[in-house]
Design a protein around this ligand. Structure first.
Ligand code: FES
Length: 177
């Protein structure tokens, strides 16, 4: 009996089994389902963010990594490196006999690589003529408004070690000596 009634039902009726009078009820049900699913997705997202931040905190600071031998660069010389490995490029500049600074090489305006202008005590971004203070990474002129992230350095055993990446306020210079 039920087989024959199912086959008697027109195709459109099988595709759209909700009567007009039940339409509002279904919409409400759909709304509740939507709210529950959205809330579950938000809770899952928050949980993931929390998990990631705990995982990063547990991983702790990056291990020190030798990025250059002291004699590898003349005073005023520079080289790029990545720290931690696989990161965006960093720029190491030798500013004195035993002093070095290192920053993220990508300009904080639109990510062009900055180049050292050591004689002027600055870093230059040629893309839009942006300038940064070589001693602090602070923006000096042009479009950049944020300082370059600074790489903490240590000089020991004839080598320059990267020991961390600092979020830079650009307020105080810190040279590794
Ligand atoms: S990308 Fe550096 S000034 Fe625009």
């Amino acid at each position: 009996m039920s087989d024959s009634s199912a086959s008697d039902t027109p195709r459109w009726r099988r595709d759209f089994p909700i009567d007009h009078g039940d339409d509002e009820l279904v919409s409400r049900r759909d709304l509740v389902k939507y709210v529950v699913l959205t809330s579950a997705a938000l809770v899952a997202g928050q949980g993931w963010v929390l998990f990631e931040s705990m995982r990063r905190r547990r991983r702790g600071p990056h291990a020190a990594l030798p990025v250059a031998a002291i004699d590898e660069l003349p005073v005023g010389g520079a080289k790029t490196f990545t720290y931690p490995p696989g990161s965006t490029p960093r720029l190491l500049v030798r500013t004195g006999r035993r002093s070095f600074v290192a920053y993220d090489q990508l300009c904080t305006h639109l990510q062009c690589p900055v180049v050292p202008a050591v004689a002027q005590g600055k870093l230059h971004c040629p893309c839009h003529n942006g300038w940064f203070d070589l001693a602090t990474g602070a923006p000096l002129a042009g479009p950049p408004r944020r300082p370059l992230p600074r790489v903490a350095l240590e000089v020991r055993d004839g080598k320059v070690f990267a020991t961390g990446v600092e979020s830079n306020t650009g307020s105080s210079g810190k040279e590794a000596t």
